[in-house]
Design a protein around this ligand. Structure first.
Ligand code: 5MM
Length: 325
């Protein structure tokens, strides 16, 4: 049986990335309705089947993060999603957090929940065929925020989650996302991302999380969506790499970026430019959600006749990101 370190290295190796298809029921419903598809259990299942059965996905995707409902659903041929992924040579992941909720005493800030009963849920997900897990914390930049309170609360929860995963036999993807929402500058994003990662690695150390058996999933360092001054691709790449060099220990096998609302093409260009920022101790890869599946969902729109075109749209993004690595 592979060790957690071997699984973590496999997740980020050979130019492949990790596909985030773990939208919660609320998010997935909104995305389906956004393209005119009724939000139902069955339509979520069909859409996820379209995604995971995309021909040759295995060449650019090492694993797929699933939501709880998908992990329990079956493909039309009767296989469970984790089993089908395994048959195709990919790993199944599972989102185990239960969402970001308002943090008491911190207006405008959130803390991600889901630690209660997590040990037992991890045991069940291992039985269901999961090899890795994901937990996402969200940090907002705004007037007087983030506060140290919110940063520390989220880092503490991420570290406790990661420790439980490693104890129970799952590789934790640790995702502290500094959101692109707002008008903050590139410099402000760098300052906040650096502070968040410093506190995170303190907490991971305190909780004795084995850094060689996890994957970090951070935001790229970008300016806020509404910032009038948008930096160029090379500056984003260099600033992101500099920030990570300052904060992420070399034992971490891989860093898999989220796309965070960037266009699919821009996220890929940033990823490609980072590969030219000198020798790095970790693999730099992608764990995009929207930037991988967005074009496929837009193409499909619930029409069976566009199934193959939608899969081609996903394939184009996956191949472009693998090439960018
Ligand atoms: C796929 O979306 C994931 C789950 O979101 P919700 O729990 O809010 O429904 C999300 O965590 C995703 O994995 C990351 O944000 C990366 O996705 P993007 O679209 O930012 O690359």
């Amino acid at each position: 049986m592979a060790t957690l370190n071997e699984i973590a290295r496999d997740m980020v190796s050979d130019r492949r990335g990790i596909l985030a298809a773990d939208e919660s029921i609320g998010t997935m419903s909104a995305r389906l309705e956004g393209v005119g598809v009724t939000a139902s259990d069955e339509n979520r299942r069909v859409y996820r089947e379209l995604i995971v059965t995309t021909p040759d996905l295995v060449d650019s995707i090492s694993g797929v993060i699933l939501a709880d409902d998908t992990t329990r659903q079956k493909l039309s041929d009767g296989r469970t999603f984790p089993q089908a992924l395994k048959d195709m040579g990919m790993l199944a992941g599972i989102k185990v957090d239960t969402g970001a909720k308002p943090l008491a005493g911190a207006p405008g800030e959130k803390v991600t929940e889901g630690l209660d009963g997590l040990r037992e849920r991890i045991a069940e997900y291992v039985e269901l065929g999961s090899s890795f897990a994901k937990w996402r914390a969200v940090i907002t930049i705004g007037d007087g925020i983030p506060t140290e309170r919110a940063v520390r609360a989220n880092a503490h929860a991420l570290a406790r989650y990661a420790g439980l995963c490693q104890e129970g036999g799952l590789v934790p993807i640790v995702e502290p996302e500094v959101l692109m929402d707002g008008a903050h500058s590139l410099g402000q994003c760098q300052q906040v991302t650096r502070a968040v990662l410093r506190v995170l690695f303190d907490e991971l150390d305190l909780m004795r999380v084995r850094l060689d058996s996890m994957v970090l999933k951070p935001n790229m360092v970008v300016a806020g969506k509404n910032c009038p001054e948008q930096p160029g691709v090379d500056l984003v790449a260099q600033t992101t790499v500099d920030t990570l060099r300052d904060t992420v220990p070399a034992e971490v096998p891989g860093i898999a970026f989220l796309s965070g609302g960037q266009s699919p093409e821009l996220a890929t260009r940033h990823l490609g430019a980072m590969q030219n920022c000198g020798d790095l101790p970790w693999e730099l890869t992608y764990s995009f959600g929207r930037a991988l599946v967005g074009p496929a969902l837009e193409t499909w729109r619930g029409d069976g006749a566009r199934w193959a075109d939608a899969q081609r749209a996903l394939s184009v993004r996956a191949v472009a990101n693998a090439a960018a690595r």
